[in-house]
Design a protein around this ligand. Structure first.
Ligand code: DP6
Length: 345
């Protein structure tokens, strides 16, 4: 006897960055953030979970390799959901005692893991979403975002499609540190994103380690998380609601640059961008100047890879400029609707 569910979850790329934790154990951030969820066709995690009374231990394979679950964030997420299931079982003795069964998790993603391409975001979102379906938990996306957050902060935002905010919250236990929808895909469907993979190597400094270093040493950081990000959060929400691409793009670029500035201001400095990343930054500003309007934005996470945002109506101009230098540039991603799942018995 076994029960299984498979779920797909998308990647999200922040336009107002999460950088800094007030609680490392629970991944509670020092500031709120906003992201756009990218299409699941090319960048996604697919996770199958199965439980059976015949399984003798919890097992987890990531991209075909058996992982150590002991003490991992993955098992922390599983155990939070097991507790939720146990509550249902206590209330209804007719339910199968799935909370006592061991679990097998098989997860695959189709993009470079730990290359600053938000692989953990899609991975934990798919894990949490699939287990919630398997356990038939009555938790909405915001409630699930809290569980995914414990795995990886940015994954809280991958529970929703479209335009998503992760509210930092104030509570010590993290109950108000959750993701909410700013706008669905249908609100601004002509947004496009292009990922320029500059290097598929591992991050030089992990997000957690980097954030701790910034929180502990950057003297510019307090101004960012206490004053500037709160202002930008509301400006970005307004830009998305008004579908004002010029403001969206400018805020996105400024926030990416400030995130990398506080990284440089950390000691020892954290350097995620390389010369190619900086050439992309110059190219985008040149492009916008040439067309006399802000039509293109860049953003960089904890690595050198660029994500460009632009509107469908400008995609011919963007792609024709990029083609000669980047023959591998792919069809732009659309904004996605969020995780989806299916189950087998
Ligand atoms: C630069 O979510 O990977 O991409 O909570 O330690 O797992 P952990 O960090 P993670 O950090 C992402 C940082 C970022 C900005 C962002 O996605 O908001």
């Amino acid at each position: 006897e076994a029960l299984a569910v498979t779920a797909v979850a998308p990647v999200n790329i922040a336009v107002i960055k999460y950088w800094g934790k007030r609680n490392v154990e629970l991944n509670l951030p020092t500031n709120s953030s906003i992201s756009v969820t990218l299409s699941t066709d090319d960048l996604r995690a697919i996770t199958s979970v199965a439980v059976s009374p015949q399984f003798s231990e919890d097992l987890f394979w990531l991209n075909g390799e058996l992982q150590n679950l002991i003490g991992s964030k993955h098992i922390n997420c599983v155990n939070i959901l097991r507790k939720e299931r146990a509550l249902l079982e206590a209330a209804d003795p007719g339910l199968k005692k799935l909370s006592n069964w061991k679990i097998r998790i098989i997860s695959e993603n189709n993009f470079p893991t730990a290359a600053g391409l938000a692989s953990s975001a899609a991975g934990y979102a798919a894990l949490v979403f699939s287990i919630s379906k398997l356990f038939e938990l009555d938790l909405n996306q915001t409630e699930l975002s809290k569980v995914a957050r414990v795995g990886s902060g940015s994954s809280s935002r991958s529970l929703f499609g479209g335009y998503v905010a992760w509210q930092a919250g104030n509570l010590e236990n993290g109950d108000d540190s959750v993701a909410v929808e700013v706008a669905p895909v249908s609100h601004w469907p002509n947004m496009r994103a292009l990922v320029l993979v500059i290097s598929a190597g591992k991050k030089s400094v992990s997000s957690t380690g980097g954030m701790q270093r910034t929180v502990g040493t950057s003297t510019l950081f307090p101004a960012r998380h206490l004053k500037i990000v709160p202002e930008r959060m509301s400006q970005m929400e307004d830009a998305i609601r008004a579908k004002d691409f010029g403001s969206f793009a400018k805020l996105t670029m400024c926030d990416s640059n400030q995130f990398h500035a506080v990284c440089l201001d950390s000691y020892p400095p954290i350097l995620y961008l390389n010369d190619t990343s900086r050439a992309v930054i110059s190219f985008v500003h040149y492009f916008n100047e040439y067309y006399g309007a802000v039509k293109l934005a860049y953003t960089f996470d904890a690595g050198p890879n660029a994500v460009l945002y632009f509107l469908e109506e400008d995609s011919a101009q963007v792609l024709s400029c990029l083609k000669p230098v980047l023959p591998a540039a792919k069809i732009p991603f659309e904004v996605d609707e969020g995780p989806s799942g299916f189950c087998f018995d």
